[in-house]
Design a protein around this ligand. Structure first.
Ligand SMILES: [Fe+2]
Ligand SMILES: [Fe+2]
Length: 260
């Protein structure tokens, strides 16, 4: 089967995750670890200039712009909390899938060790990024963490037992869904930014950095998808059934993890 040139879209490898993204209160109030509720709710303060205040380092720098920032609406806060929650859950699942697959795949085909290690390392980086983000913004993790741990490990182990092609089909299916998922988030955030700019509001640098983080993550997920296809994902039997079930499961897990 031919590779998927359509997925070899712009791979903009961007700088590492910035230290602060869209903190909802002034950075000088740095006690951000005490609550399990969403940090986005803190923008309800009428004195808060915005829900996405500009990072100020030590709090001494003057504002970069005289334009104000529009506070997030409750819907936008909910959307952002859900995004960070589901992304963190998904990246945890990804690391567990590779953790379960790698020993079985590599024992049969040692030449795949660098590839499996590379994909795992990138997933671990994604997980670190979203762990940090949910901690910083006090977004609670999904309550179904233990369930996803069991299911992700089981999915990885089962597909690896079926063979290299099935393991790669698993990656193909997961990354197809996850790539689309990240694209949806990027579109939503860009729409928010465009709306603020249209209304004359300032957009915090941390917010733009979040979008870049999502783009970088999306690009790496699509790279995994390409690797999977190049390593015979579509030779898995029955490919349509295997990928169909996994994609359906991913969609369900995304939907639930955003909310629970
Ligand atoms: Fe990932
Ligand atoms: Fe991935």
């Amino acid at each position: 089967m031919a590779s998927r040139p359509v997925l070899r879209t712009a791979r903009v490898l961007l700088p590492a995750t910035p230290s602060r993204l869209f903190s909802t209160t002034a950075p000088t109030t740095s006690t951000t670890t005490s609550s399990s509720s969403s940090s986005f709710s803190s923008s309800s303060s009428p004195t808060s200039p915005s829900s996405i205040s500009q990072p100020k380092g030590d709090g001494q720098q003057p504002p970069k712009s005289t334009k104000g920032r529009k506070p997030l609406t409750p819907e936008q806060r909910t959307m952002l909390s859900r995004a960070l929650r589901v992304n963190q859950a998904g990246e945890l699942a990804a690391t567990l899938i590779y953790t379960a697959q790698t020993p079985l795949v590599v024992s049969r085909e040692p030449h795949l060790r660098p590839l499996m290690q590379h994909m795992y390392d990138q997933e671990e980086g994604h997980l670190r990024t979203f762990n940090e983000l949910i901690h910083r913004h006090r977004v609670r993790p999904t309550a179904l963490y233990p369930l996803w741990q069991v299911l992700a490990t089981g999915l990885g182990w089962t597909t690896a037992m079926l063979g290299r092609e099935a393991a790669m089909a698993c990656t193909e299916a997961v990354e197809t869904e996850i790539g689309g998922h990240y694209n949806g988030q990027i579109r939503d955030l860009l729409a928010m930014v465009e709306g603020w700019e249209r209304e004359g509001y300032e957009v915090g640098e941390e917010f733009r950095s979040l979008i870049e983080t999502l783009r970088k993550t999306r690009d790496e997920e699509l790279e995994h998808l390409d690797h999977a296809v190049e390593h015979d994902a579509r030779k898995a039997e029955p490919h349509w059934l295997l990928t169909g079930i996994i994609r359906l499961g991913c969609r369900g897990a995304i939907w639930v993890s955003e909310r629970v």
